[in-house]
Write a protein that binds this ligand. Structure first.
Ligand code: HMG
Ligand code: MG
Length: 299
C-alpha cells in the first residue's frame, strides 16, 4: 500500500500536553500557545477539556481559553467532553468540535472516567444526539490500544469493538491512543490491520505517546497501513494523569520533519512551530521534548 500523500496533523499539545502539568499555567500563556500553533499552520488544535476540575485541575480554565483565542477561519478548535455536562459547557463556550474518549480496558476506563466501557458508550449516546442538533462534530478516542498501565498487554481484538462502537455512534473519526507509549511498529501494524476491518482507514487516526521512544516508528508503521491522520504535541509536551510515568505524545516538530522527509504535505511551517514549542517549554521551565527543535537550536 503506498503511503498517503497528505497527512492531517491534530495538535493536542494544549490539551494532552498541558493537562498533566501540576504547576499553574496562565490563560494568557495557553492562548498564546494556541494562537502560535494556528499561525504555524496547524489546522486542528485540541484546545482544552470540559472535564471535572477535581480530576484534571489544569483544564479548569478551558472556557476562558476558548473565549480569548483569535479563532482563524479554516482551523478546528476542539475540546474533550466526557459527559453531557462537559458537552453543554463546551457548546456554551462556542466549541464546534468535541472529542469523546473511551478505553480498550475496563481498568483504565474506571480510573480515567470512573465508569465501565459500556457505561461510557451509553453516556456518549445523548452527546451524539445533542451534537447533531447543535451541528457539532464528534471525534472519538480509544485509550490503551497497545498496552494498559493496570491490565498490561492489550490485543487488537480488544480494541476493535470499542473503536467500532464509537464509529457506529457517529464519531466521524476514531483516534487509537497508545496512552502508555509501549507500543512497537509490528503491534501498530497489526492493530490498524484489525481495526480497518470495522472502520475505513481514512476514518482512523494514530495517537502515540513516546514513553519508550517508539512513537515516530509507530507513525511510520501506520503510514504503511494507509493511516493519514496523526495526533501530536508541540515540544512533545505532556502525558496522561491516569497513566503514571507515560510521557508526552510524539513531538509535532519531529512528526512534521519525518513527513517532510517523505515528501508528505502537511501545510505546517516548521520554523514557526519550533518557535511556538520553545516558548511554551520556556514558560514551563522544561527541556524542549522535540529532538528536531533541539537540533535546530544547536545549529
Ligand atoms: P465522576 O466523579 O464519576 O462524576 O467523574 P460525577 O458525575 O459523579 O461528578 C463528580 C463531580 O464532578 C461533581 O461535582 C460534578 O458536578 C462534577 P461535585 O458535586 O463533586 O462538586 N462534574 C463535572 N465538572 C465539570 N465538567 C464536567 C463534569 N462532570 C462532572 N464535565 C468524570 C466522571 C467523567 C466527570 C471524571 O471522571 C472526569 O472528569 N474524568 C476526566 C479524566 C480526563 O480528563 N483524563 C484525561 C483525558 S483522556 C486522555 O488523556 C487520553 C487521550 O489523550 C488518548 C490517549 O492518550 O489514550 C484522549
Ligand atoms: Mg493522549
Amino acid at each position: 500500500m503506498p503511503i498517503p500523500t497528505t497527512v492531517r496533523v491534530v495538535e493536542v499539545g494544549p490539551r494532552d500536553g498541558l493537562q498533566n502539568e501540576a504547576q499553574p499555567i496562565s490563560v494568557a500563556d495557553k492562548v498564546c500557545l494556541v494562537d502560535a500553533l494556528a499561525d504555524a499552520g496547524l489546522r486542528y488544535i485540541e484546545v482544552g477539556s470540559f472535564v471535572s476540575p477535581k480530576w484534571v485541575p489544569q483544564m479548569a480554565g478551558s472556557a476562558e481559553v476558548f473565549a480569548a483565542i483569535a479563532q482563524q477561519p479554516g482551523v478546528t478548535y476542539a475540546a474533550l467532553a466526557p459527559n453531557m455536562r462537559g458537552f453543554e459547557a463546551a457548546v456554551a463556550a462556542g466549541v464546534k468540535e468535541v472529542a469523546v474518549f473511551a478505553a480498550a480496558t475496563e481498568a483504565f476506563s474506571q480510573r480515567n472516567i470512573n465508569c465501565s466501557i459500556s457505561e461510557s458508550l451509553q453516556r456518549f449516546e445523548p452527546i451524539m444526539e445533542a451534537a447533531q442538533r447543535h451541528d457539532v462534530r464528534v471525534r472519538g478516542y480509544v485509550s490503551c490500544v497497545l498496552g494498559c498501565p493496570y491490565e498490561g498487554s492489550v490485543t487488537a481484538e480488544q480494541v476493535a469493538p470499542v473503536a467500532s462502537a464509537l464509529y457506529q455512534l457517529g464519531c466521524y473519526e476514531v483516534s487509537l491512543g497508545d496512552t502508555l507509549g509501549t507500543g512497537t511498529p509490528g503491534a501498530t501494524r497489526r492493530l490498524f490491520e484489525t481495526v480497518a476491518d470495522v472502520i475505513p482507514r481514512k476514518q482512523l487516526a494514530g495517537h502515540f505517546h513516546d514513553t519508550y521512544g517508539q512513537a515516530l516508528a509507530n507513525v511510520y508503521a501506520s503510514l504503511l497501513e494507509g493511516i493519514s491522520v496523526f495526533d501530536s504535541s508541540v515540544a512533545g509536551l505532556g502525558g496522561c494523569p491516569y497513566a503514571k510515568g507515560a510521557t508526552g505524545n510524539v513531538a509535532t516538530e519531529d512528526l512534521v520533519y519525518l513527513l517532510q522527509g517523505l515528501g508528505v504535505e502537511t501545510g505546517i511551517d516548521l520554523e514557526r512551530l519550533i518557535a511556538a514549542g520553545q516558548r511554551i517549554s520556556d514558560v514551563l521551565g522544561r527541556v524542549n521534548g522535540s529532538r528536531v527543535a533541539q537540533a535546530r537550536r544547536a545549529q
